[in-house]
Write a protein that binds this ligand. Structure first.
Ligand code: SAM
Length: 223
């Protein structure tokens, strides 16, 4: 490939993106997106609740595509214990809950705002997830100190400047092979201190994809 080739490829992507032309390397992920499919009546009911949350409850939730990824990861790692910081109205929580219904695990979620907590509690009730989800209302910086069980997935989606504190307090509880998912890791939103912590620690492996940081706590190598 000569030196001008990368520029030509980028230009072609840009132009074909505008023209919505199909191309081997420019095709957008969005072209593949289909709504989630329900395998049974329960899952269909949950999809309806999730749709209702995003369409009728006016609080910020993660994008559907991200939440679906979190569900896939939770089911893949056979998560038994998920900790979520930042419940809001429980949208991401319920997506994790779908995975936990399969793995037999549980989730603890933290929310500081009483109004959002009340809506989330109602959403968990109608999703029939009260038995697997515990909502702790209060400041997660204090409340997480009461946790003691090993964590399979730690999901950070609250105050961005607080991520480093949550990491410092909870990394010791994340099991080896466990995941830390940090939402909103875009350059203008992410706390550089958190980014530094997850990208310079040799015990961790991190990639950032579409503004979400996926970090694994590496297993110790046994010789
Ligand atoms: C981006 S929203 C969470 C969205 C949610 N994960 C979802 O996708 O449905 C962030 C939430 O974190 C909560 N929050 C912010 N600081 C907090 C703290 N110190 N402790 C607990 N919750 C906090 C906010 O009240 C807000 O509801």
């Amino acid at each position: 490939m000569n030196k001008t080739m990368p520029f030509i490829l980028v230009l072609m992507c840009f132009i074909s993106g505008i023209a919505k032309a199909d191309s081997f390397f420019c095709e957008s992920d969005w072209d593949y997106m289909k709504p989630p499919l329900a395998a049974d009546e329960y899952e269909a009911k949950i999809h309806d609740i999730l749709k209702d949350i995003t369409e009728n409850q006016n609080y910020y939730n993660v994008p559907e595509q991200d939440a679906r990824m979190y569900r896939i990861l939770a089911e893949s790692v056979n998560a038994q214990n998920i900790v979520e910081i930042g419940t809001s109205t429980g949208y991401s929580t319920i997506w994790f809950g779908l995975a936990l219904k399969q793995t037999g695990g549980k989730l603890t979620t933290f929310e500081i705002d009483p109004e959002r907590s009340a809506i989330a509690r109602e959403n968990f009730k109608r999703a029939e997830m009260n038995d697997i989800i515990t909502l702790i209302e209060g400041d997660a910086h204090e409340e997480v100190l009461k946790l003691s069980e090993p964590i399979d997935i730690l999901f950070l989606d609250a105050d961005k400047k607080g991520y480093i504190d949550y990491l410092n307090k909870l990394l010791p509880l994340v099991r080896e092979g466990g995941l830390i998912i940090g939402d909103n890791i875009m350059t203008d939103l992410a706390d550089p201190v958190y980014v530094e912590a997850i990208t310079t620690n040799p015990a961790l492996e991190t990639v950032v994809i579409a503004g979400v940081a996926y970090t694994i706590k590496k297993r110790s190598i046994k010789n």
